[in-house]
Design a protein around this ligand. Structure first.
Ligand SMILES: NC(=O)c1ccc[n+]([C@@H]2O[C@H](COP(=O)([O-])OP(=O)(O)OC[C@H]3O[C@@H](n4cnc5c(N)ncnc54)[C@H](OP(=O)(O)O)[C@@H]3O)[C@@H](O)[C@H]2O)c1
Length: 257
């Protein structure tokens, strides 16, 4: 990625940070975007120090379409081009049956997972096309194939995002813009710890027991790490994946094959 520029949105402490770090280690200058200015700027400074690359923090809410367009515009203004875009942010989805859905909350998920994310993808794709091509990677979820009761908000909005990503791949292929999905398994970090705590309360066992049980259900009998997602995003975001588009790469340790 030397001489190239990547954008990582939803650059929190987990997959986003690991991905921004991996692109920078590979030589890219990187724009990181999330809503909270202080932790974002601290992370950008850390990554810049660690890699020697230019890391630019753009505070933005992906539910706001002007913010989405501003991320791409700022990238071009400050770093000159866009070669790769990785979208990590997702909405904290409600667990509710379809019959009891809070549709206002659902609309927020739709706004982030579909409308905002695809606005960004469209803007970035047009900029990439101007400079000979580029690559977009969106983060999926196994919840789009394993459908669970009370999981409709997450499953359906992410499914729409995946379908649109594949349509975009079709639309932008002739301009050498590739679009792919990385689908994580249970990925270690704070969000997963919170999930295990919630599940443990429901099953009346400890979070450690839930964690071991779910790790065992993967073919490789372990969870995956943010660094595994980062490696997959870097591969799909670089020219090494130059003939891969419109596909989903499962990085799940063989969960739910
Ligand atoms: N962790 C897992 O086990 C797992 C499994 C399957 C799929 N995934 C997928 O992985 C992604 C999440 O990765 P992660 O677990 O590493 O999450 P994370 O640590 O929670 O990071 C996501 C970051 O996105 C930012 N964000 C949230 N809403 C935003 C918005 N409206 N606009 C801009 N930024 C926003 C947040 O920072 P601010 O609060 O500062 O905005 C947050 O730090 C999601 O796409 C999820 O569907 C995760």
């Amino acid at each position: 990625m030397k001489g190239k520029v990547a954008i990582v949105t939803g650059a929190g402490p987990g997959i986003g940070r690991a991905t921004a770090l991996r692109f920078a280690q590979d030589g890219a200058d990187v724009v990181v975007a999330a809503r909270r200015q202080a932790p974002l700027e601290a992370m950008a400074a850390e990554l810049a120090k660690e890699t020697g690359r230019r890391i630019v923090a753009v505070t933005a809410d992906l539910k706001d379409l002007d913010d989405c367009r501003r991320i791409v515009a700022t990238t071009v203004e400050t770093l000159g081009r866009v070669d790769a875009l990785v979208n990590v942010a997702t909405h904290p989805h409600q667990r509710a049956s379809v019959a009891e859905m809070d549709w206002q909350a659902y609309a927020e998920s739709l706004q982030l997972n579909v409308v905002g994310t695809m606005t960004l993808c469209g803007e970035a794709a047009l900029r990439m096309a101007e400079t000979g091509g580029g690559a977009i990677v969106n983060i999926g979820t196994l919840a789009t194939t394993a459908l669970q009761a009370k999981g409709a908000e997450y499953s359906s909005t992410k499914t729409a995002m995946i379908a649109m990503s594949k349509v975009l791949a079709r639309e932008m292929g002739r301009k050498n813009v590739r679009v792919n999905i990385v689908t994580p398994g249970y990925t270690t970090g704070e969000p997963l710890d919170r999930l295990f705590e919630q599940m443990a309360a429901g099953f009346q066992i400890t979070p450690e027991q839930i964690s071991r049980r779910l790790a065992k259900s993967a073919v490789l009998e372990r969870h995956v790490d943010p660094e595994d997602m980062a490696e997959a995003c870097l591969f799909l975001g670089s020219d090494r994946a130059r003939n891969i588009t419109g596909t989903e790469l499962h990085v799940t340790a063989g969960q739910w094959i």
